[in-house]
Write a protein that binds this ligand. Structure first.
Ligand SMILES: *Cc1c(COP(=O)(O)O)cnc(C)c1O
Length: 374
């Protein structure tokens, strides 16, 4: 089907048309700094002080941004969140894990743990797309695996240690799309891990994790056992390198710089309260618009589970959402298509801290403009 020729008026179009949920908008100011002040770092050794200083600064920024309690450390390595899942099956899960599975990303970690021959069969608690299950204390489970924000469906969950869980059990949380945008109590979490191309407005390729003293102890204990761990997935090696502000092998320096620059921008503007409030503001605008719209409705029915960083909006049969997204794309408003495997008549809109709440308001006006003409 040809895309209808609908031109959005210039005064309606958002300043920045990037609303993708991953990879996501990188602030243009950060990209300018990358070619300016960061220019001296690119193409230099990650074993020398300029890059190590940047890594050190970034680790401190994350500790401040997340208000990490005493004794928590920030570690990092190559390979993104998907790599971290495999690393966790080697170096964090001792024997058996419990997973909350409620979308594409949360299900992938459960799959990785199920496939790992060194581990017992995990418990996987599922919920239908658009909802999330609750963790519950279980004998023999040493790792509870949660996802702060399920990017594929736009569902966010509160983070708590399951009541009655073994005090030695760890709570592992995927914060890839939540970091910097959703609040949480770090004392409820032992490992908050993420890649920086979503919530942190950087590029892909790295993982980072805020780890509690108990998680460090677990990493060290498993590393000292006779379990075979490939060096690339070895969290003890990552821990040792991170403490020296290095990575095991060569990191993407531009990714590190952009992530650090985003953390700096958030901290200078007031920290997590500033960035999470931006997301709250965007969410109020977008869900409020959908709630009062005659042909749109938030996909997530429970308002408490609606993510403030990734919104999913369903349309009734009077609207062809794919066509709507195509018209928006032809006007430079991009990546609002739904998660491909969800298969819904839907738009998915990122509201990460980097995204201006004013641009979210402009987006709703653009959608109305297009719908009136389709
Ligand atoms: C995107 C995403 C991932 C995968 O991240 P990669 O860095 O591409 O491996 C994992 N978890 C969540 C919640 C995500 O949004």
């Amino acid at each position: 089907m040809p895309i209808p020729d609908i031109d959005l008026p210039d005064d309606l179009i958002p300043h920045d048309g990037r609303f993708g949920s991953g990879p996501s908008k990188v602030r243009p100011e950060a990209i300018e700094m990358l070619s300016g002040s960061a220019g001296h770092i690119m193409g230099t050794s990650h074993r020398q002080s300029p890059v190590r200083f940047m890594v050190s600064e970034f680790r401190n920024q994350l500790a401040e941004l997340l208000s990490l309690p005493d004794g928590y450390e920030v570690i990092l390595g190559n390979g993104g969140t998907t790599c971290f899942w495999d690393a966790a099956t080697f170096g964090l899960i001792e024997n058996r894990s419990q997973h909350l599975s409620f979308g594409e990303f949360s299900s992938k970690f459960a799959t990785a743990a199920s496939a790992a021959p060194q581990l017992g069969s995990p418990t996987v608690i599922t919920a239908a797309p658009g909802d999330h299950p609750e963790a519950s204390a279980e004998d023999g489970v040493d790792s509870y695996c949660l996802t702060h924000n399920e990017t594929s469906t736009g569902v966010a969950m509160g983070l708590r240690r399951p009541a009655g869980a073994d005090p030695d059990a760890l709570v592992l949380v995927d914060g890839t799309s939540a970091v910097g945008g959703l609040r949480y109590d770090p004392s409820e979490v032992d490992v908050y891990y993420f890649a920086p191309q979503k919530g942190l407005a950087s590029d892909g390729g790295l993982w980072m994790a805020a780890v509690s003293p108990r998680a460090v102890e677990r990493i060290e204990r498993i590393a000292a056992s006779d379990r075979w761990i490939p060096a690339f997935f070895d969290l003890k090696i990552a821990l040792d390198n991170s403490r020296k502000d290095q990575t095991y092998n060569t990191p993407a320096l531009a990714t590190l710089f952009l992530a650090s620059e985003q953390a700096r921008w958030i901290l200078e503007n007031g920290g997590l309260e500033f960035s999470a409030s931006r997301c709250d503001h965007s969410a109020e605008t977008l869900y409020g618009w959908a709630d009062s719209h005659e042909s749109a409705v938030p996909f997530v029915t429970d308002p408490a589970k609606r993510s403030h960083v990734v919104a999913t909006i369903d349309f009734d049969e009077s609207v062809d959402a794919a066509m709507l997204a195509a018209v928006l794309r032809s006007n430079g408003i991009i990546d609002v298509e739904p998660y491909r495997k969800l298969g819904r008549n839907q738009l998915r809109v990122a509201m990460f801290p980097a995204i201006d709440p004013g641009d979210i308001a402009a987006l709703t006006q653009c959608v109305d403009h297009v719908l009136a003409r389709l």
